[in-house]
Design a protein around this ligand. Structure first.
Ligand code: ADP
Length: 598
């Protein structure tokens, strides 16, 4: 109920007014009581005090008379005004000094207190001792009466003038005061309720507006600016709030922007990224990570299940940034390299893992090693031959080796040197193709003429092996765009292979055709064929099904690799085509519009 500022304000004002009134009331009533009591004693002192010894002597002399009591009463009657006797709340009494018996007074005996008051008892004791000192300054402020007893000793007569005030007047005064204070309190309370309303209108109103604005900002609505209606603290606060909301909006937009960037990055990056919280539960995984790990990553996945074998989770958490761990894992046939790093967020941190597929890298590394080994091997064999024949010739005594033998040795040396030159030549060609330094000289030429010229160039070799080399119809073949000499080199290689790998007296058939966008050429032979297991690999560098046969026929094992690279540069394809019976069919396809068409 008292949660609202308005109610609090009202309550404070009510309490303030009430406590103020209570203090004022208490002060006033106490002051009035004190004033009344003081006045009482001052009046008594003025009449009976030490300065008034004449009056007291008169009293004593009158008291000495036989009707002393009556005489005293008469004198006091005259002094009633000075003593403030009002016969209602204040009276005087003449008492017997020894017995305390009532002898007369401004009021009857029934106005005397029923019990003897302490002042009266003290006075009587004083009389008994012959002491005539005034008794009465011991009156208690809290008592409901005040009194003074004045012993009058004269000869045998002893009286006590007893003045008693029952505080009725002061009580009435206090009651009136209380009524006034109560009325003031009620009016004060009404004013405070009214004031609290006014205050709440001027103070709480803007605060409520500010609160509503803050709630809108908390709900994400940054557009509505709060009007600054005053230049006081609340006005300054509203202005600062508007500024803060503006900065918050900018900051949030910047954060959102960064998050979007990160999301896009995570979404499209080729490396996998997964994150786990401090409990090892997955909190993030990008599509690349799904693909690499071959599973749908969701929040049920845990670190231990996925990477526990690579690096223990607790050790990971214990790592201090920027330290990180590395590892490798196999998923199916793929090798993944892992970078594991701890991170801290508002909670208790977690682990971020970047997955990098290094399968291709490893394969390339393997291929590179294999390639270097192959090159070394291919060069070492002819070099060994060259050296051994050269040594034989060198070490032989004059005339020891017949001329014909020496010549055949030299032929071998020349052949091996040619082979090495061919290998180096082919390697250079491949290397240029790999590095992209080979520029294609593009022209528009007749595909049919190119085939015819290659067939013509191979006719003699085919004839030497007793092959029947036939070429199908080359009519209606279009002009194509490409590097003619490079493409003829490819055709030479394919037809040359058909001649090489077909036993003498075989058949080689060349056919060609075109589709809307492409031209194709197929070289069919009924030679030794290529075993199923090798079909995928014959375009690899140095790959040869039968090494001895290839070497015999002067092959380097690089011809088809070069052919494939050249065809790929033309955006074409070269591959083994399905073949029935013994032999091989190689199919070459090229875009009519040339390399730029793709
Ligand atoms: P090479 O210089 O050894 O001929 P290539 O790269 O031209 O090298 O060919 C690779 C291998 O593919 C050859 O060694 C051979 O084993 C096989 N090959 C290529 N063409 C044929 C074919 N027409 N018939 C049978 N095997 C072939």
């Amino acid at each position: 109920m008292f949660r609202s500022l308005h109610m609090k304000l009202m309550l404070i004002l009510l309490l303030l007014i009430t406590s103020l009134m209570a203090v004022v009331g208490a002060f006033l009533t106490t002051s009035v009581s004190s004033f009344y009591i003081n006045t009482f004693y001052e009046q008594i002192a003025d009449v009976f005090g030490e300065d008034q010894q004449d009056f007291v002597s008169t009293l004593r002399s009158e008291a000495a008379q036989s009707d002393g009591a009556q005489r005293l009463q008469d004198i006091l009657k005259i002094s009633a005004g000075e003593l403030g006797i009002d016969y209602r709340s204040r009276n005087y009494f003449i008492l017997d000094g020894r017995t305390g018996a009532f002898l007369g007074g401004s009021a009857g005996e029934d106005s005397l207190p029923r019990e003897q008051t302490p002042n009266l008892l003290t006075a009587r004791n004083a009389v008994a001792r012959g002491d005539a000192t005034l008794v009465g300054d011991e009156s208690d402020i809290t008592a409901d009466y005040m009194d003074v007893a004045i012993p009058i000793l004269s000869g045998d007569n002893a009286f006590i003038i007893y003045i008693l005030d029952n505080k009725e007047s002061v009580s009435e005064l206090n009651a009136q005061l209380f009524t006034i204070i109560f009325q003031a309190l009620v009016i004060g309370l009404l004013i405070s309720v009214l004031l609290s309303f006014l205050l709440s209108k001027t103070m709480v109103g803007p605060i409520e507006k500010l609160t509503a604005g803050a709630e809108r900002v908390a709900a994400g609505d940054f557009d509505s600016q709060l009007p600054v209606e005053s230049s006081d603290e609340i006005g300054i606060l509203t202005g600062t709030f508007n500024e803060m909301a503006g900065i918050l909006q900018e900051t949030l937009a910047a954060v959102e922007n960064e998050r979007d960037k990160l999301d896009t990055l995570f979404l499209h990056m080729t490396d996998g990224v997964v994150a786990f919280n401090h409990e090892g539960k997955l909190i993030h995984g990008n599509p690349a990570a799904n693909t690499m790990l071959h599973r749908n990553l969701d929040d049920r996945c845990s670190y231990d299940e996925l990477f526990g074998s690579v690096y223990p989770f607790q050790q990971m958490l214990a790592l201090q940034r920027p330290n990180y761990a590395e590892g490798e894992m196999l998923v199916g046939e793929r090798t993944l390299e892992l970078y594991l790093a701890p991170f801290s967020d508002q909670a208790r941190g977690g682990v971020l893992i970047v997955l990098h597929d290094v399968t291709e890298q490893h394969r390339n590394e393997e291929r590179r090693k294999e390639f270097v080994a192959n090159v070394s091997h291919e060069l070492r064999t002819p070099l060994t031959n060259v050296r051994s024949y050269a040594e034989t010739l060198h070490d032989a005594a004059e005339g020891e080796i017949p001329y014909d033998t020496a010549r055949s040795f030299l032929d071998i040396i020349i052949n091996e040197t040619d082979r090495m030159t061919n290998i180096v030549q082919d390697l250079l060609t491949l290397s240029r193709l790999d590095s992209g330094h080979t520029e294609l000289i593009l022209t528009r030429f007749s595909f049919a003429e190119a085939i015819e010229s290659v067939v013509r160039a191979n006719a003699l070799a085919a004839k030497n092996h007793g092959h029947e080399l036939t070429c199908g119809s080359l009519e209606d073949l279009p002009l194509i765009v490409g590097d003619r000499s490079r493409l003829e080199q490819v055709m030479m290689n394919v037809i040359g292979n058909a001649i090489k790998y077909t036993p003498d007296g075989g058949h080689i058939r060349i056919s060609a055709g075109s589709t809307e966008n492409d031209v194709w050429m197929e070289v069919w032979d009924d030679g030794i064929g290529i075993p199923e297991k090798d079909r995928d690999r014959i375009f690899d560098r140095f790959y040869r099904v039968d090494k001895a046969r290839s070497r015999e026929s002067g092959g380097t094992g690089l011809g088809l690799s070069i052919a494939r690279e050249l065809v790929l540069r033309h955006n074409g394809t070269i591959a083994l085509a399905p073949h029935e019976g013994p032999g091989t069919t190689v199919r070459l396809t090229l875009p009519i519009a040339g390399p730029a068409s793709a």
